[in-house]
Design a protein around this ligand. Structure first.
Ligand code: UGA
Length: 434
């Protein structure tokens, strides 16, 4: 099939590349000329494991192309994916200006039947808005389908190629059939393509992300309470998670959820509730608890240093919002850094992938050190914000020798408490005894 993908952010790029992998001819459109030129030369603009291999292969096979022309995109694709940003508006709602702007342009350019697919995470009712916006500009026949994506950064290629489910919101048999044909190669293992109405599909995405964010947040509160009563959250987590109704995943406590999705989507669903005269009390609590959780290490660090962080030097391991990505959007590490800077501390940072993104944000306010041991040289304490695998089994002796004081504040519970103590560290983590 001929497919066009409008927007080459993380979702659009993975979607386009993986659809090319099953033999479709894919044209990716982006307004950013420099980015398009780079992609034409085979440069992947984001860090996402395995994407580079597929990218190169499909460009070579002539199945994956790039352009800045929406007009070209419209004439190429039988199916047009909208993978455009829906950033958080000032009031917490999703800003639909990119999606509806593209819809208006599509209405002006459309010449024959197309299926327009909402791939972005959009509030309930957006498919109808996209339909109305296009219909205002044209009399040509078209359908709008909602097809939310459930990719995780760091596992996006695998999630796309072997999805647990595909959700398609459609009220047109013709469009549904085309979408089923497109996705058939990805669900050979027997995982379902779920066909539903557009609104249910749109809400499925928000409900899934908000539920997962709630699950993490619930566990974070249990972890905080463990500390008050002297329980161990690792034991509680396993005890809970072995109940198959609860499940083991997404129960890991830490310094809060971040990223480009959970924080934005929880707020957008909460706002969407308000707009429809429904108060999501539970989401309100999730937002509040997560805001506090991101800074939960700060009072502990302050209390350890007798409320005086001025002139103290800290090393931070991990800046990305999670491992296997260079994405720092809403990363808890940023909040930790801001708080420490505000208290006059000096900060050395290290992350395997996200250094340049952080440097763009903080410029010369931080020391950027390209090695996980050098970053700890002469520091008063080490703070762990992201659970990259490389941090899981460090050379403790080397680390201790480098540090001024052997003190670790671990926001991701990477080590066994006794092991860290036996190595000679003061070790504070989340929901476990210090
Ligand atoms: C999330 C969803 O998992 C995807 O299904 C969805 O498609 C995507 O958002 C999206 O809407 O595009 P992602 O943001 O890539 O994916 O990251 P996750 O792996 O879900 O992690 C989100 C945050 O939760 C991270 O900050 C992570 O550290 C935190 N987390 C996760 C925990 O604190 N504890 C856990 O047990 C799991």
């Amino acid at each position: 099939m001929n497919i066009s993908v409008i927007g080459t952010g993380y979702v659009g790029l993975v979607t386009g590349t993986c659809l090319a992998e099953t033999g479709n001819n894919v044209l990716c459109i982006d307004i950013d000329k420099t980015k398009v030129e780079k992609m034409q030369q085979g440069v992947v603009p984001i860090y996402e494991p395995h994407l580079d291999v597929l990218f190169e292969r499909n460009i070579k096979a002539n199945r994956l192309k790039f352009s800045t022309s929406l007009e070209e995109g419209l004439s190429h694709g039988d199916i047009i994916f909208l993978a455009l940003p829906t950033p958080e508006d000032e009031d917490g709602s999703a800003d639909l200006s990119y999606v509806l702007g593209a819809a208006k342009d599509i209405g002006k350019l459309i010449k024959n039947y197309k299926v327009i697919v909402d791939k972005s995470t959009v509030p309930v009712g957006t498919a109808d808005l996209v339909k109305e916006t296009i219909a205002k500009e044209t009399t040509i026949d078209f359908d709008v389908v909602s097809n939310p994506e459930f990719l995780r950064e760091g596992f996006a290629v695998d999630d796309f190629l072997k999805p647990e489910r595909i959700v398609i919101g459609s009220s047109s048999d013709k469009a549904t059939k085309l979408m089923e044909k497109l996705y058939k190669p990805f669900v050979r293992s027997g995982n379902p393509i779920l066909i539903m109405d557009e609104k249910s599909a749109e809400l499925t995405k928000y409900a899934a992300n908000s539920f997962l964010a709630t699950k993490i947040t619930f566990m974070n509160e249990i972890a905080n309470f463990c500390e008050k009563v002297g329980a161990d959250v690792d034991k509680v987590r396993v005890g809970m998670g072995t109940d198959s109704r609860i499940g083991k995943r997404f129960l890991f406590p830490g310094i809060g959820y971040g990223g480009s999705c959970f924080p934005k989507d929880v707020k957008a669903l909460h706002k969407s509730g308000k707009d429809n005269h429904y108060n999501f009390d539970i989401l309100n609590a999730v937002i509040k608890v997560n805001d506090t959780q991101k800074k939960i290490l700060i009072p502990r660090i302050e209390s350890y240093f007798n409320n005086d962080l001025k002139g103290k030097t800290f090393a931070v391991w991990g800046l990305a919002f999670k491992p296997e990505t260079d994405d720092i959007r809403e990363a808890p590490a940023l909040y930790v850094i801001e708080e420490l800077l505000a208290r006059g501390a000096k900060i050395n940072v290290y992350d395997p992938e996200a250094m340049s993104n952080v440097e763009r944000k903080f410029a010369d306010k931080l020391n950027y050190i390209q090695n996980m041991y050098d970053v700890a040289k002469d520091v008063d304490a080490l703070i762990i914000c992201t659970e990259w695998s490389i941090f899981r089994t460090p050379d403790f002796k080397k680390l201790k020798n480098n540090m001024k004081h052997p003190v670790i504040f671990d926001g991701r519970n990477l080590y066994d408490v006794n092991d860290a103590k036996n190595e000679g560290f003061y070790y504070a983590s989340i929901g476990r005894k210090t």
